[in-house]
Design a binder for this molecule. Structure first.
Ligand code: ADP
Ligand code: MG
Length: 737
């Protein structure tokens, strides 16, 4: 099979992926000029692009139905050749294309309605795969509006003869004239000319991982000799994708670590066991009305270990809603402040930042820090919020306090990263959000600590609001160490969730709210998500309060909360609700995170199908925080099956990790990966949902490789592939030196 390489050269050397990227598809004998243009239109320019355009499905001809055996009512895929084409109009005037197709065993009719272009696409002599449900029409079997994949236009007999038992069906552009068969021809030629591939995994490693070699893998994914081998080929090539990804993440860590100037925070031994009562950590622990859960203790210990280690911490703290991430993060911040530095907490929005600031302020009242310059040797711990609601004077004072070090802890949004904000000694940044904190921000943050050459890199703790599945976390946050709070504080009430869609059911929900209020509890009503604008949303939630006050919740004390309200009004509404002088808070999703009122036991989410799972779960987490049984009602009809699955999942489970998996399954991986682009475009075969084990293996191998060869210096082939397949920016970052 091996022939001379496409670009000449030294003959039988092993083929590297890089070489494939250097050969344009025009060099293949099997491409015509016109096809080259068509290929380019679907993003295939080089032989590498061609070989990594994988079939989207396969037809096993040995299992294929013959037309002869096609019965009405069955779903079938048939491979057949068009013999005659008739374009007509139905009596209602609809365009109709009727084909006679035959596969050598029988002839059937295929009809298309309202697809006049089919006449051109499927001219006589064209061989195609037709997938659809066979029907009986006037005593004849026919296929109406089937899914079609063109296999070849001309000379079908030759095409069919050359085809293997298993036919690969390639993604097709509807415009171009490229057929699946054309692509298969080109791929076959490219594979022959490529010969043996260089395999970055040696025999021993492949054996251990149970993976086939790369040459076989490329051949079997395109020209499978059996579906079993095709599956093994997919495993191997998907592994390569995941390995590259994990290597990139591993290298990223090495680069960061190599350049790091970490802080060794001094944490008093025993502080966590109450042995240093005057420290912030000690006094917070003493003042908490509860014991930390085992998971929280473990998390704090991990964070303290990182803080006292010479390298900057890069850690992800995951935990379900209500698992108590706030206090864990706060203990980390206090340890850093005890050690003489500052801490910052960054939230994705101003509203969230304010809510965080409030809950932190509640936790730290009465705490003081050592201050040799003051009379008693101590001064109160100072916390500030940097938000747009500050007056110019307040803002100036806050900025000065941060620069001088008289403010210990600051809460804000990404505005904390702007140039204006200087820290005297930033020791730890906690970032509360999901997916939104990129590489660039991390660099900015580091520079905040370094402050023009002085100082050092702050430690970093990223918190997610709701869990994300483990596999997704390994990809999206693979360059962070991970801590999972896998335990809820004791005594948490199970939240009963119901889905109410009929008018009667909805009435019962309002009755339940009234009953709960009569029993002394409180509740939330979350208004439908309005995507038009925050203004429109504000109007609609205002109208909803009025409607409820006049109707189903008449006589109850209702409050209003939305993001467009001036901050003072928001505070006031929250404060009144907290004090119990409001029964029901009617709100937009601003209550999503941070709101913590244990007496609230009922959550009503209107038009729930419009929210994503993570958001619903987060909203539901606002109840069930106290001693009372709580419930959550999801209202509304569901326009899509996917929406129904979301709500069903919510009703079935309160486990955020489980819900995150369902979410990933429903939304697909693009949404998760899309959020953090670098280096992710290489995932063509691998699936975050189904390749968990492969991913775990890839991560282990990547660790072994980067441990054995720091910066991959002793593994040039692997490094070369990475440089080739990562996004340019990512590769530049990793290999700049
Ligand atoms: P989340 O992980 O969702 O951010 P929070 O940090 O907001 O959770 O904590 C949820 C609630 O649980 C808060 O009211 C907090 O005071 C309380 N809490 C945290 N840790 C514990 C614990 N170990 N025992 C009891 N209650 C706790
Ligand atoms: Mg929280």
């Amino acid at each position: 099979m091996t022939t001379a390489p496409p670009t000449g050269g030294e003959g039988r050397r092993l083929r590297r992926l890089r070489q494939l990227t250097e050969v344009p598809v025009a060099k293949l004998a099997s491409t015509t000029d016109r096809q080259v243009a068509d290929l380019e239109a679907i993003g295939i320019e080089t032989v590498f692009d061609l070989l990594t355009t994988y079939p989207r499905r396969y037809l096993d001809r040995s299992r294929q139905v013959d037309l002869e055996g096609l019965f009405p009512g069955t779903e079938a895929t048939i491979l057949a050749t068009v013999r005659a084409v008739r374009s007509r109009r139905t009596r209602q005037g609809k365009a109709m294309v009727e084909l006679d197709v035959d596969d050598g065993t029988a002839t059937v009719t295929v009809v298309f309605f309202n697809q006049p272009w089919r006449a051109k696409q499927l001219r006589a002599g064209t061989t195609a795969l037709f997938f659809g449900k066979a029907q009986s029409y006037r005593g004849q079997v026919q296929l109406a509006n089937p899914v079609v994949d063109v296999v070849a236009h001309d000379d079908p007999a030759a095409a069919l003869d050359k085809m293997l038992r298993i036919v690969a069906v390639y993604p097709q552009s509807t415009k171009g004239n490229l057929t699946s068969y054309d692509l298969a021809q080109m791929v076959a030629e490219a594979l022959d000319r490529a010969g043996q591939f260089l395999d970055p995994l040696d025999d021993v490693l492949r054996e251990r991982l149970g993976l086939i070699d790369r040459t076989t893998a490329f051949r079997e994914i395109h020209l499978p000799s059996s579906m079993e081998l095709q599956a093994e080929a997919r495993q191997r090539l998907a592994f390569d994708e995941l390995l590259r990804l994990q290597l990139a993440l591993g290298l990223r860590r090495q680069v960061i670590e190599r350049e790091a100037r970490g802080i060794v925070h001094h944490i008093e031994p025993g502080v966590f066991d109450g042995e240093v009562p005057h420290s912030l950590v000690g006094s917070l622990l003493a003042s908490l009305p509860y014991q930390l859960t085992r998971a929280q203790r473990r998390a704090v210990e991990e964070i303290f270990d990182d803080l006292t280690a010479p390298l900057p911490m890069h850690r992800l703290l995951q935990g379900d809603v209500g698992s108590g991430k706030t206090v864990v993060a706060l203990l980390g911040m206090l340890a850093v402040i005890d050690a003489g530095r500052q801490a910052a907490l960054m939230a994705p929005t101003e509203v969230l930042a304010e809510q965080h600031a409030q809950s932190l302020a509640g936790l730290i009242t009465g705490l003081s820090v050592a201050d040799p310059s003051s009379l008693l040797g101590r001064r109160p711990l100072r916390i500030a919020t940097l938000s747009s609601r500050l007056t110019a004077a307040q803002r100036t004072a806050t900025l000065a306090g941060l620069a001088e070090g008289t403010i210990d802890l600051v809460v804000g949004t990404h505005a904390l990263l702007t140039d204006e904000v200087r820290f005297a000694a930033l020791g730890l940044a906690v970032i509360d959000e999901q997916h939104r904190f990129g590489v660039e921000q991390r660099a900015v943050l580091r520079d905040k600590g370094r402050d023009e050459g002085e100082g050092a890199d702050p430690d970093l703790l990223v918190m997610t609001a709701t869990p994300i599945p483990r596999t997704a976390a390994m990809v999206v946050f693979g360059d962070l160490d991970m801590t999972v709070l896998d335990e809820l504080p004791e005594g948490r009430q199970q939240i009963h969730t119901h889905w109410a869609s009929s008018e009667l059911e909805v009435e019962a929900v309002w009755a339940a709210v009234r009953a709960e209020v009569a029993a002394g509890r409180q509740g939330y009503v979350v208004c439908p998500l309005v995507e038009a604008s925050d203004k429109v949303e504000a109007t609609s939630v205002t109208a909803e309060v009025e409607r409820l006050a006049a109707g189903p919740l008449a006589g109850l004390r209702l409050g209003l909360l939305h993001g467009q309200m001036p901050p003072e009004q928001r505070d006031e509404a929250m404060e009144r609700f907290r004090r119990g002088s409001l029964d029901v808070l009617v709100a937009t999703t601003v209550i999503e995170v941070g709101v913590d009122v244990p007496n609230a036991t009922i959550m009503v989410i209107e038009d729930a199908a419009r929210f994503g799972i993570a958001q619903l779960h987060q909203l539901r987490g606002r109840v069930g925080r106290g001693l009372h049984q709580s419930s959550c009602y999801l209202l509304g009809e569901v326009p899509t099956p996917e929406g129904a699955r979301r709500l069903d999942a919510m009703v079935a489970s309160t486990d955020g990790f489980y819900l995150a998996e369902v979410d990933l399954e429903l939304r697909g991986e693009g949404t998760i990966l899309g959020a953090r682009q670098q280096g992710r475009s290489d995932l063509r075969l691998a699936s975050l949902l189904h390749d968990g084990e492969l991913l775990t293996n890839a991560r282990r191998v990547a660790e072994e490789l980067t441990d054995a060869h720091p910066m991959l210096e002793g593994a040039p082939e692997v490094a070369d592939e990475l440089r080739l397949l990562l996004e340019v920016e990512e590769a530049d970052f990793l290999f700049k030196s």
